[in-house]
Design a protein around this ligand. Structure first.
Ligand SMILES: [Zn+2]
Ligand SMILES: [Zn+2]
Length: 242
C-alpha cells in the first residue's frame, strides 16, 4: 500500500512542483518532500500529534487530561512552507492543493497498521462560513483521502451550529469550554456512525480543542472509536513537547 501511495505522489500534477516550481512530473518534487515532509519523522504524541522527545510515550498535557479521541495522525508540522500553503488552500481558493496534501496524509496513514475499516468525516464549517468561503477545505481533504484509501466519507454527518470568533487567542481549556455543544449529528446520520471506527479529518490542529469536541460529539452519537487525521500540527511556541 505504501508503494501505491508513493507512486501516486509521483503521478499527480504532471507539471511543476507546487512548492518550488521545479519541473517535477508530480505534485511535489522529491527535494521538497525530503525537506518539508521527511519520513520517517520523530515520534509524535498519540493523543495530540505534538512531537515527543525520544522514549516519552505521550506528552504531559495528554497524560494529565487524556483526549476523548484515539490516535492523532499528522503529516507535517505547521510551519514553513505549510503555513503559506494553508493560507492559499483555505483562504485563497487554491483548491488544487487538496490532492497533494491528501496524498501526503495518506502516506503517513499508510505507515500505521490496522487502518481499515474507517469511516471518514470532516470537521465541518458553519453554514455561514461555508457559504462565504464556498468550500470546506477539510472535506476536500477527507473525500480525496477516502478515495485513495478505499473508505466511505460523508460531509453531512457532523454539523456545526455556530461560529466562534476569536478562538485563536484562547488557550485550550477556555476554547474547549466555549466549544461545548457546537457540533451536532443529525438523526438520519446516526445509523451510518453506529458502532463504527471514525476518522475525523481536519487541515490544521492548533490546540486540538475543536477535534476533541467533535470527537466527543461523534462518540456520543454512537461511533465506537474516533481517530483524528490532520494535515498539520501547530507546534508549541518553544517547539518542544508541552
Ligand atoms: Zn519542489
Ligand atoms: Zn499529547
Amino acid at each position: 500500500m505504501l508503494n501505491g501511495v508513493v507512486d501516486s505522489l509521483r503521478s499527480v500534477w504532471p507539471v511543476r512542483c507546487l512548492l518550488c516550481q521545479a519541473w517535477a512530473g508530480q505534485g511535489l518534487c522529491s527535494a521538497c518532500l525530503l525537506e518539508h515532509a521527511p519520513r520517517p519523522e520523530r515520534p509524535r504524541c498519540p493523543g495530540c500529534g505534538l512531537r515527543l522527545a525520544l522514549g516519552v510515550p505521550r506528552c504531559a498535557g495528554c497524560e494529565r487530561e487524556p483526549p476523548p479521541h484515539g490516535l492523532v495522525q499528522v503529516a507535517v508540522d505547521y510551519g514553513h512552507p505549510w503555513d503559506r500553503v494553508m493560507m492559499q488552500f483555505k483562504f485563497g481558493g487554491q483548491v488544487q492543493w487538496a490532492q497533494a496534501l491528501a496524498l501526503l496524509m495518506a502516506r503517513s496513514m499508510a505507515e500505521t497498521a490496522g487502518l481499515q475499516p474507517w469511516r471518514i468525516v470532516p470537521v465541518p464549517l458553519s453554514c455561514e462560513r461555508l457559504s462565504r468561503r464556498g468550500y470546506n477545505q477539510a472535506w476536500d481533504l477527507a473525500r480525496r483521502l477516502a478515495r485513495r484509501l478505499g473508505l466511505q466519507a460523508r460531509a453531512d454527518v457532523l454539523a456545526r451550529a455556530v461560529d466562534l470568533p476569536g478562538q485563536a487567542e484562547q488557550d485550550r481549556s477556555a476554547r474547549l469550554h466555549r466549544l461545548r455543544g457546537v457540533f451536532q449529528v443529525p438523526a438520519n446520520a446516526r445509523p451510518w456512525l453506529a458502532g463504527q471506527r471514525v476518522a475525523l479529518v481536519d487541515d490544521v490542529l492548533t490546540t486540538g480543542a475543536t477535534a476533541a469536541e467533535a470527537a466527543r460529539t461523534l462518540l456520543a452519537a454512537g461511533a465506537a472509536e474516533v481517530q483524528v487525521w490532520a494535515f498539520a500540527r501547530t507546534p508549541p511556541p518553544a517547539d518542544g513537547p508541552s
